[in-house]
Design a protein around this ligand. Structure first.
Ligand SMILES: O=C(O)CCC(=O)C(=O)O
Length: 271
């Protein structure tokens, strides 16, 4: 089978910490996801649309969201799994999926951060596929990355940001990176970016008249352990996260570390 990512794209991810591949979702699939997105928002009137954690788990999940298996189907879509496998290896688990939908005019900002500092994965490893369901542009708060910031595999100190209007209450100290180096990842619906767990990234608030939505799908190599006993950000992320009962799906290969539990959280939630 032909690989989805070109050699150049794989190298770009390894060297820069992110890539926007030439591959994008078929238009009909994007259209269906836009319908599902609206259903998800309507089903969760009390959850901020930037914080729709575990949107892929059908029914009410332990992160407080009523999710849809349509997002699980997206996470399992073979071209996505193949791309991630090209980047982090043949043994893959799906462990998370969050919708970041920033409404018009008052969509929350995402502070500069590294994902790894609030995730219970050891050794720390994850590739996120961020799929645009709506246009994600400079004008409505697209994802911004600091190229090469993943290279030393260092988690820099994060501060607790005590503000409501943020997608995440963890923010990198300003002197740990140069924000002038930021690259805007502008995407049209169906396009996607992939980023490494150590990558410094963030996004401006959406003050425009155009809603901005991405689905962030989290995949880890099974050489790593999703350790349910860890609480890295000690409840200060501002997200409702319940890692203790978060279901994992083995999508490809085997559980190399032998420590991951693929049964927890699956009761009545399988496809
Ligand atoms: O979409 C956003 O604003 C933030 C996304 C993000 O931080 C992530 O996917 O890790």
């Amino acid at each position: 089978m032909q690989s989805i990512l070109t050699k150049k794209e794989v190298t770009q991810y390894q060297q820069e910490g992110y890539v926007v591949p030439g591959f994008s979702l078929p238009q009909e699939m994007v259209h269906q996801l836009q319908i599902t997105l609206q259903q998800l928002i309507d089903a969760n009137p009390n959850v901020r649309p930037e914080k729709l954690v575990s949107a892929h788990i059908e029914g009410k999940n332990d992160d407080g969201v009523i999710g849809s298996k349509k997002f699980l189907e997206l996470a399992m879509y073979p071209p996505l799994v193949d791309m991630v496998s090209q980047l982090i290896g043949p043994n893959l688990a799906l462990w998370g999926c969050q919708i970041f939908c920033k409404p018009t005019e008052e969509g929350y900002a995402t502070p500069w951060h590294q994902d790894g500092q609030y995730w219970p994965i050891r050794p720390l490893a994850t590739c996120t596929v961020w799929v645009a369901i709506e246009p994600s542009l400079k004008s409505n708060g697209c994802l911004r990355v600091i190229p090469q910031s993943h290279q030393n595999k260092i988690l820099h100190p994060h501060l607790f940001e005590d503000k409501v209007e943020l997608t995440l209450n963890q923010s990198l100290q300003k002197d740990t990176f140069d924000s002038l180096k930021a690259v805007d990842l502008e995407l049209q619906p169906g396009q996607m970016s992939l980023h490494d767990v150590y990558m410094i990234h963030g996004a401006d608030a959406n003050t425009s008249h155009m809603r901005r939505t991405g689905v962030a799908i989290r995949y880890m190599p099974t050489t790593s352990h999703f350790d349910r006993t860890l609480h890295p950000a000690k409840g200060t992320s501002g997200l409702n996260l319940n890692f203790a009962t978060r279901p994992l799906w083995l999508l490809k290969g085997k559980d190399v570390c032998g420590l991951n539990d693929f049964t927890v959280g699956h009761q009545q939630k399988d496809l």
